[in-house]
Write a protein of this length. Structure first.
Length: 323
């Protein structure tokens, strides 16, 4: 249960279907815009009511540096979210173009005019994925629609790589792809337990170590003529064509995603059972990847909570001694 929640809410937010993927991109753009505007509003409140906040801090035995912290906090988030807010504005602009009568295909072609050349992202799977008719060989899956190509997925054993993608490529696309493969395997009555276990953009050393071990097992399997030394899943030509059709459905969302910053990080959460200053026992959990929507969404919640507190202090000033 805990693993499913972590995967759905933290690592692979809204990536189970093309509709989910499109909605995730819009939600991510909205989160960046809300974070940027909310931080600007926080700075505005602090500057507008600076005298009130300083007076409350001094007369209520609250450290005045708290206000300085909030000012730096909001300023940092403005800087952090500026690129995402600009990307959200571009997404809104292209949506308005489409609604104004410009053909959807033409709008998608304009969005596709993005820089290329950054190292392609890749992930490692818990099992080898092979083509039934070409075992031990890498095979590509095209990503594209009527507006043009959006790269290719290269499947090479336990490695999936997004090459020639828009912007810096997409880890979320590969999470979406794995979900589609699992659904296809389950329809065939096979175990749909394929999962991403390492992300090269986040930890390249761990990913290369794992993939090196998989390559060793595959080479040994070839030399021995064994059937399966590493867990294996296979795809047919019909499976590949179906997956390409599903990948084509997320091309518009991929072009929107390329307009937004690429925040790919791991996360660590620590929960002290006995709080400081003792801190004798604490729980800790590490996630290899946090979807940008999850991280930016948490930041938006924190900013909105801070704004509510600042606004309430203005609307209902508390009584303090000497006031």
């Amino acid at each position: 249960m805990g693993t499913n929640v972590a995967q759905s809410v933290i690592r692979e937010t809204e990536s189970h279907s093309a509709r989910d993927y499109r909605r995730r991109t819009y939600h991510l753009a909205l989160a960046y815009a809300a974070l940027f505007l909310g931080s600007i509003a926080g700075l505005g409140l602090l500057l507008w009511q600076a005298q009130l906040y300083i007076t409350l801090a001094q007369r209520s035995n609250v450290e005045t540096l708290t206000l300085a912290f909030l000012f730096i906090f909001f300023g940092y988030l403005v800087f952090l979210s500026a690129g995402g807010a600009w990307g959200a504005a571009q997404i809104a602009y292209y949506e308005l173009l489409a609604r104004a009568g410009v053909g959807r295909t033409e709008v998608e072609r304009r969005k596709a005019q993005r820089r290329r050349g950054s190292p392609p992202p890749s992930v490692a799977l818990n099992a080898v994925l092979e083509h039934a008719e070409r075992p031990h060989q890498p095979f590509p899956l095209a990503i594209g629609d009527d507006a043009g190509p959006a790269g290719r997925l290269i499947i090479d054993g336990a490695e999936i790589k997004h090459v020639d993608g828009l912007g810096s490529g997409s880890n979320s696309l590969m999470a979406f792809f794995v979900h589609q493969v699992n659904a296809l395997l389950q329809e065939r009555g096979e175990a749909g337990d394929l999962d991403i276990v390492a992300w090269k953009k986040i930890d390249d050393e761990l990913t290369e170590q794992y993939l090196g071990l998989v390559r060793f097992a595959r080479n040994l399997e070839r030399q021995l003529g064994a059937a399966e030394l590493w867990p294996k899943r296979t795809l047919t030509d019909e499976d590949c064509r179906r997956l390409e059709r599903q990948l084509a459905q997320v091309c518009p969302a991929l072009r929107n995603e390329a307009l937004l910053p690429d925040w790919e990080y791991a996360a660590q959460h620590q929960l002290p059972l006995i709080p400081e200053p003792l801190g004798l026992v604490s729980l800790q959990r590490t996630e290899q990847r946090v979807d940008p929507l999850a991280s930016m969404g948490c930041a938006v919640i924190v900013v909105l909570a801070a704004l509510v507190v600042l606004a309430l202090l203005i609307a209902f000033p508390p009584w303090v001694p000497g006031k």
